[in-house]
Design a protein around this ligand. Structure first.
Ligand code: NAD
Ligand code: IPM
Ligand code: MN
Length: 366
């Protein structure tokens, strides 16, 4: 009898090869804690650390080695990243090359940013219960204004002109919208209920060319998913609804720039940037996982940063790698930490980064 072919990454004992890139600032504090937590799950992992970031750039002028992105795609199953950004590199050129380099050159087109309230004490809105806020933003991650196409004309003169192009391709828009529908079809809410709604967010009343394409593609793709409800909001209206009544959001799909902005706003609902997790995904390819926050240079080196965003990010990564049981252990331990206030000051606790991370790792290990 012919044996069923098992995808190599699904083989239970096969070690998942993870590239770990802490980066700069608080990235170098929260990622070691996330690593401690994933190791405590006992998941079959093989971790390789890379020192890419500002320190290395300032030392020798390098950001990503010659075949760096090809190497990541070839030799690793996933990448765990901290954050990039350092005031000593005023242009933050290294961040652009490393972070946006990974997203663009590895074609990680879906930036998946779940937004979940774990405890009512974390939410600045009145009377919100866990479960009330449980949605996900699927952010286009490889085009839009982030392509940085454009230029400056007559620089330094009163006639100076700056042009920043917004790239929206049919292929790019269609694949991320389809990803959002597939996400709605294949993922449940935290309470076990099915996801069943996709909302497309744009600014098609002002940006008619790009918005028109998003509108047409959204309509066309939605016909393939009659079981999924669809709706649309302009990004400005969506922002006000997010702070007044976020209960109805389920799956939101939007472009690169709006996705960046609304996910910081959304992070505010779940306790702030220190709580927010994300994955940069291309199904079937090596994907990259990073907390939503940046390097927070003024907070760095003080053992103050909240490691939970990075820890929940590592849980997203394990789920992506077929290690859902280990990911669930992490999520349960984080929930306990929140309930028992074993958390950092930004979310109302009094533990340091290390103590919070170590408490969660110990709880996972029990
Ligand atoms: P930031 O996310 O680094 O920090 C903004 C503020 O949010 C901080 O001052 C702090 O009050 C709070 N915060 C963020 N993370 C926190 C955590 N883990 N725990 C507790 N509080 C936290 O954003 P910024 O100040 O705009 O950017 C700083 C640098 O980081 C810039 O160079 C920026 O370009 C870069 N950045 C990088 C990434 C990334 O690599 N993915 C993301 C965002 C910003
Ligand atoms: C994020 C960050 C990045 C972005 C920056 C650092 C370029 O804000 O990951 O949200 O805008 O995508
Ligand atoms: Mn951002």
């Amino acid at each position: 009898m012919k044996r069923a072919r098992v995808l190599p990454y699904l083989a239970v004992s096969r070690k998942r090869r993870i590239a770990v890139i802490p980066g700069d600032g608080i990235g170098r504090e929260v990622i070691p804690q996330a690593v401690g937590v994933i190791e405590a799950t006992g998941a079959p992992l093989e971790l390789t650390h890379f020192g890419w970031g500002a320190e290395q750039y300032l030392k020798d002028g390098t950001t990503v080695p010659e075949d760096g992105f090809a190497m990541l795609g070839r030799d690793f199953d996933a990448i765990l990243v901290g954050a990039f950004g350092d005031p000593r590199v005023p242009s933050n050129i290294h961040a652009k090359q490393i972070l946006l380099g990974m997203r663009f050159k590895m074609d990680l087109y879906a930036n998946v940013r779940p937004v979940r309230l774990l405890d009512s004490s974390l939410c600045p809105l009145k009377a919100m219960q866990p479960g009330d806020i449980d949605f996900v933003v699927i952010r286009e991650n490889t085009e839009g204004v982030y392509g940085d196409l454009g230029g400056v004309f007559k620089q330094g003169t009163p006639d100076e002109v700056a042009i920043q192009e917004d790239i929206n391709t049919r292929t790019g828009v269609e694949r991320v919208i389809r990803y959002a529908f597939e996400y709605a079809k294949n993922n449940k809410k935290q309470d076990g209920k099915p996801r069943k709604r996709v909302l497309m967010c744009d600014k098609s009343n002002a940006m008619t060319h790009a918005g028109g394409l998003w509108q047409r593609v959204f309509k066309a793709v939605s016909r393939e998913y009659p079981e999924i409800e669809t709706s649309h909001m302009y990004v400005d209206a969506l922002c006000v609804q997010m702070v007044r009544d976020p209960l109805d959001f389920d799956v939101i799909v939007t472009n690169n720039m709006f996705g960046d902005i609304i996910t910081d706003l959304a992070a505010g609902l779940e306790g702030g940037l220190g709580m927010a997790a994300s994955g940069n995904i291309h199904p079937g390819k090596t994907s990259m996982f990073e907390p939503v926050h940046g390097s927070a240079p003024t907070m760095a080196g003080k053992n103050l940063a909240n490691p939970i965003g990075a820890i929940l990010t590592s849980a997203l990564m394990l789920t992506h790698l077929g290690l859902a049981a280990e990911a669930e252990k992490i999520e349960n331990a984080v929930l306990k930490a929140v309930h028992q206030k074993k958390i950092t000051p930004d979310v109302g606790g009094n533990l340091g980064t290390n103590e919070c991370g170590e408490w969660i790792a110990k709880t996972v290990g029990h």
